[in-house]
Design a protein around this ligand. Structure first.
Ligand code: FE2
Length: 311
């Protein structure tokens, strides 16, 4: 997509910013250093955990357009000392836990029960961890579902990312097998230290800038998911050990308790440093998207057809 058109679409979506009249002293604001060569795709929404659903704006449209949306007033009352002290280095199964809160009863979570059983946690720690997880669900999930109102969720997935990460390579998210669902993604920094991200080109910009580096036969024969992996490699080196690319980056310090949403399949990013975070990753039926053609795999199809400018 031409850069000017991309910026125009993002600017149209920036009316969201008006929901944030004044951050206020209690706000948890991400600290952002913006690179002038990159599109400014950051937005803020001043929703509170206590806001009634009727007053919460839908973020589906700007989310599908690849904005990074921060929620500085969404005070989730997280016990950062608890999360920071979790012994994830001693109990490796604690490094990453999947869960799936029940739609009617948030504490009904057989997947989490299985994962916690596999981790062989001391009984007291297991009880406390479940309590903190359900407490967070109760505060954030009503807001999350209102922010993504209109999406039809096909799977309620949450991933607790409790290991320490240093210096990932820049990438858009790709998978061994393609996910055909869209997903509605929200991150929360649970730790008592900032989670430091860098973000770079959008998926559309990556194809426009680096697509020609992919051999034409590979473009024609690859699946969309394979093409996304190829564009990662063409732009950034494509492996976690390759971090010395020279592409521009925005630098973002997500503070303890910070909450943000971004379709990480659509915006290149890297965790530079982070310890404890959770991502709410409910799967979404693509037909319930505002624009079905913004599905992440469609970018590869459009590029292959020479039609990416119409995305
Ligand atoms: Fe990622």
């Amino acid at each position: 997509m031409p850069a000017a058109l991309w910026r125009h679409r993002l600017n149209r979506a920036s009316r969201l910013d008006s929901h944030l009249a004044s951050p206020g002293p209690e706000a948890i604001m991400a600290i952002i250093y913006k690179h002038p060569a990159l599109t400014d795709y950051f937005a803020t929404v001043g929703v509170r955990a206590t806001s009634p659903a009727s007053e919460i704006p839908s973020i589906c449209k700007p989310y599908e357009l690849g904005r990074v949306i921060d929620f500085p007033k969404l005070d989730l009352k997280i016990d950062h000392a608890f999360w920071a002290a979790l012994p994830t280095d001693q109990i490796s199964r604690l490094k990453k836990l999947s869960s799936s809160p029940g739609a009617g009863d948030l504490s009904h979570d057989p997947l989490l029960e299985r994962r916690l059983a596999e981790a062989h946690l001391p009984a007291g720690l297991k009880r406390r961890l479940k309590k903190e997880i359900v407490r967070l669900y109760e505060r954030v999930l009503p807001v999350y579902e209102a922010l993504f109102a209109g999406y039809r969720f096909t799977r309620r997935q949450v991933v607790w990312r409790l290991n320490t990460i240093h210096n990932e390579n820049l990438h858009v998210d790709t998978y061994a097998a393609a996910h055909t669902d869209h997903f509605a993604r929200m991150f929360i920094n649970l730790d008592d230290q900032p989670r430091i991200w860098m973000t770079s080109w959008s998926l559309a910009e990556l194809y426009a800038r680096f697509g020609e580096r992919i051999p034409r036969d590979l473009v024609e024969q690859s699946t969309p998911n394979q093409l996304h992996a190829a564009i990662n490699q063409a732009a950034f080196g494509g492996r976690s050990t390759v971090w010395w690319d020279s592409q521009p980056r925005h630098v973002v310090y997500f503070q303890p308790g910070d909450v943000w949403s971004v379709d990480s399949r659509q915006v290149a990013h890297q965790i530079f440093y982070g310890r404890r975070a959770v991502s709410i990753d409910f799967f979404v039926e693509p037909d319930s998207m505002i624009k079905r053609k913004r599905h992440y795999l469609n970018f590869a199809r459009l590029y292959r057809a020479g039609l990416l400018g119409a995305a």
